[in-house]
Design a protein. Structure first.
Length: 794
């Protein structure tokens, strides 16, 4: 430090004043003082009076003072002492600004004599100012793209002090990215430059607050600082980045429009427009995707726009781009894979590929009737088809291959039972809810001649009165055939057989179409009381089927035969001659008349009576027995006389038939000849028959009848007792003569049917032991109570 700065004490001031005095003339004496700036007001700069060699009195007398032009505001002169005193604070920097040499010029005025002295007050600098920045902070914007080495001129700090007190250098707060370069201008002033030291990245650090400090060279040094606010400007150096480069989403098909598929999110590290992202589909996106989806450019949401159909596409690969607003723009992309989930929205489709109809009713089980295919556009369980045929049909489904099915028969068919089937095939998928569809078709059965004609009755029996007219209808059979067409066209024929040695065809014929059977001759019950016809019904199928049925024809007796007296025999021209002994009393048996009737049953039930006449009262005849007896005693005078009577023999037919016998009874001793057994050879009825045979057969027959009657009676009584108990009378229920033919058939094993067949006119003699056919009129043992004896009636 030079000494001037220290010249504040009186001692220092003195030698200086002396120096000036020596140099100056009296008139133009110049006083020089040096003071430090910023001294306190009142501080004494120097004693002018003394320096001008004036006494205090002189200075007062000569009115020592500063001229008005002087810079009087800073100083004043004390007249009494002659001291130059600082009146107000003196700031060198204010007065001289940056001039390094700063002095104030004063003029001192003395009167009597008038003198003017010049006073120079050098103002010495004191480091009273710190370097100062004009603003408390400096904003700076630097592109992040600024290369290392790039310089940014910064504002200088200002230090009004001069010399070493002035600004010396700058410091920058420590940091990784910037350094400070201090440049000096030619005038020696210095300014700072901010130098980029390392590459910047706004995305890493977008701003810096660095303290820039300026220091001066004073002792002690003073400093001033400002805050460097550095904002790193964005450069579009970052592309938008999606959260997920590949995004998989699942989407149900048939979702409503505007359904949110997914929301994409991309981020861009840049800021402003450079980070302003808009979303869009890639320009290579196919049209079908564009039709289905939209992407919101701002939110990144993908929505459904059209109808999503799994059956059209099972997945979509969508490339979505995110583009920022920088220039040039940068892009990022994301692959959105939309997997469409199948929904059971398609019902199965069933198709009848082929159908065989009609099918033969005799088709074996397993015959293929129809080919059916089914498909479902859905997949997985939604497309898993189950085919069913409605239950109760003789059909089942067989899976042929893949989605093809065979409908085959599973049982036997019968057109006559079910001529056609309506088949409903239902296809159901396994989705939820299940969808189904069905087809319906008709399977017809074609007829096969599998049914023989069926007669309306298992057997027929007809009664026909004897003596019928030839070609009279006898019976009608009818058969039906459940088959169709020719298979059901029935024709009738009579199977050949013989009746009594003649072919049946000579007796009857049948209308092959109507089944009506006609007689070809008049029938005689007495010759042929029953025969049977085997009728065959035949259909027209190939091969034909036939059914046989038996027609029992019963020739019913008509009372067409009058009774004929067979015993005793007599010559037809003379009448019957009988004798009675005169001794015979009343009731004497003259003879027994035996008559026969070729008819049967009632028609052969004979009654004997004596025709009214003059002699009728003399005799009686048993109505059933035919025993002719006397009615009174004979007188003596009546011996040798003859009496003529007429015996009427009538049957019980309707109309009844009768015959009469003229009998001449002679009262004579030789009446014993009447008891001779009848000689059948002499009767017209037996004259063609061998008597020994007839007798034998009759004996056998009677024995059989008796035996059977007895057995039957016993059996019936046992059964009646068993059924009704001992207390009940069983006669009314156990004694009946006729039973319906149904029981005959049921119990035929218990029946006894004896047939007497001879060459004679009497062809049949039937003895039936049990319940029997009503057409055969037979009489049970109980019937014999009507007859007084056990006579058998033909
Ligand atoms: C019907 O009778 C004929 C002749 O006796 C016989 O050949 C045929 O087999 C019989 N038909 C039936 C179905 O019994």
């Amino acid at each position: 430090m030079d000494s001037r700065q220290r010249t504040r004490s009186g001692g220092g001031r003195l030698w200086r004043i002396c120096f000036y005095l020596a140099c100056l003339s009296r008139a133009s004496a110049q006083l020089s003082y040096s003071i430090l700036e910023e001294l306190r007001p009142g501080s004494v700069v120097g004693n002018i009076a003394k320096d001008l060699s004036l006494t205090a009195r002189e200075s007062v007398q000569r009115r020592l003072r500063l001229t008005s032009e002087s810079t009087t505001s800073y100083f004043e002169v004390k007249q009494t002492t002659g001291d130059l005193v600082i009146k107000q604070n003196i700031d060198r920097e204010q007065i001289c600004e940056l001039r390094s040499a700063c002095s104030l010029h004063l003029e001192i005025l003395l009167e009597t004599p008038l003198e003017i002295h010049r006073v120079v007050v050098d103002i010495l600098d004191v480091n009273d100012n710190a370097p100062l920045f004009s603003t408390s902070n400096i904003s700076l914007e630097i592109s992040e793209a600024a290369a290392p080495g790039t310089r940014f001129r910064l504002e200088s700090a200002h230090d009004p002090d001069v010399g070493t007190n002035s600004l010396r250098t700058y410091h920058l707060a420590a940091n990784d990215f910037f350094i400070l370069n201090v440049e000096s201008k030619s005038d020696g002033s210095k300014f700072p430059e901010l130098v980029v030291d390392k590459s910047l990245d706004r995305e890493t650090r977008a701003s810096f607050r660095l303290l820039l400090t300026a220091v001066d060279g004073g002792q002690p040094e003073k400093s001033g600082s400002t805050l460097l606010l550095i904002r790193i400007l964005d450069v579009n150096d970052n592309a938008p980045v999606f959260d997920e480069p590949v995004k998989k989403v699942r989407l149900l098909e048939n979702v409503a429009r505007d359904t949110l598929v997914t929301k994409l999110n991309a981020t861009d590290a840049d800021s402003g427009n450079n980070g302003d992202i808009s979303y869009m589909f890639s320009k290579y996106t196919p049209e079908r995707v564009l039709k289905l989806f939209t992407v919101d450019s701002k939110s990144g949401e993908i929505h459904v726009k059209g109808d999503v159909d799994y059956e059209k596409a099972t997945s979509y690969h969508i490339t979505v781009q995110a583009r920022d607003g920088g220039s040039p723009a940068m892009e990022g992309s994301c692959n959105v894979i939309v997997d469409i989930i199948d929904v059971n929205d398609n019902a199965p489709e069933v198709t009848l590929t082929s159908l065989t109809s009609p099918i033969r009713e005799d088709s074996a089980p397993g015959t293929v009737i129809a080919l059916i295919s089914a498909r479902d556009l859905d997949t997985g369980v939604n497309g898993k088809i189950t085919l069913t045929v409605q239950p109760g049909l003789p059909f089942k489904l067989n899976s042929a291959f893949d989605t093809h099915y065979n409908l085959i028969t599973s049982g036997s068919l019968d057109r006559e039972t079910v001529p056609e089937y309506t088949v409903v095939i239902k296809a159901t998928d396994a989705g939820s809810p299940r969808l189904s569809s069905q087809i319906t078709f008709v399977v017809k059965l074609s007829d096969v001649n599998d049914n023989a004609p069926i007669f309306s009755q298992p057997s027929y029996s007809v009664d026909i009165l004897e003596n019928n007219a030839p070609s009279a209808p006898i019976a009608a059979v009818s058969a039906t055939d459940p088959d169709l067409g020719d298979n059901a066209r029935v024709s009738y024929s009579i199977l050949p057989s013989t009746v009594q040695g003649s072919p049946l065809s000579s007796y009857v014929y049948i209308n092959p179409e109507t089944g009506h059977i006609y007689s070809m001759r008049s029938l005689d019950h007495e010759q042929l009381n029953a025969f049977r016809i085997e009728v065959q019904a035949r259909d027209a199928g190939v091969p034909p089927r036939t059914t046989n049925v038996t027609v029992h024809v019963f020739v019913v007796d008509v009372n067409d035969n009058a009774p004929v007296l067979v015993h005793p025999s007599y010559p037809t021209d003379k009448g019957l001659q009988l004798t009675v002994p005169p001794s015979a009393g009343p009731g004497h048996l003259i003879n027994k008349l035996v008559a026969v009737d070729a008819d049967s049953g009632h028609n052969a039930w004979l009654f004997y009576s004596i025709s009214p006449g003059p002699n009728a009262g003399m005799f009686r005849i048993g109505a059933h027995t035919g025993e002719l007896r006397t009615a009174r005693k004979w007188a003596e005078e009546e011996v040798g006389s003859t009496y003529d009577i007429v015996v009427i023999i009538q049957d019980n037919g309707d109309p009844l038939k009768s015959s009469s016998v003229n009998i001449t009874v002679t009262v004579d001793e030789k009446g014993t000849a009447n008891d001779a057994p009848p000689n059948p050879r002499h009767t017209p009825f037996y004259h063609r028959t061998g008597m020994s045979d007839i007798t034998l057969y009759l004996i056998i027959a009677l024995a059989c009848v008796s035996a059977v009657a007895f057995i039957t009676l016993v059996v019936l009584m046992v059964r009646c007792l068993r059924h009704h108990g001992p207390g009940l009378g069983g006669s009314d229920c156990c004694c009946y003569g006729r039973h319906r033919s149904s029981r005959y058939h049921q119990r035929s094993g218990k029946d006894l049917h004896l047939q007497l067949n001879t060459d004679g006119p009497i062809r049949y003699m039937e003895v039936v032991g049990g319940p029997q056919d009503p057409h055969t009129h037979t009489y049970r043992p109980c019937y014999s109570t009507i007859s007084s004896r056990n006579d058998f009636v033909f």
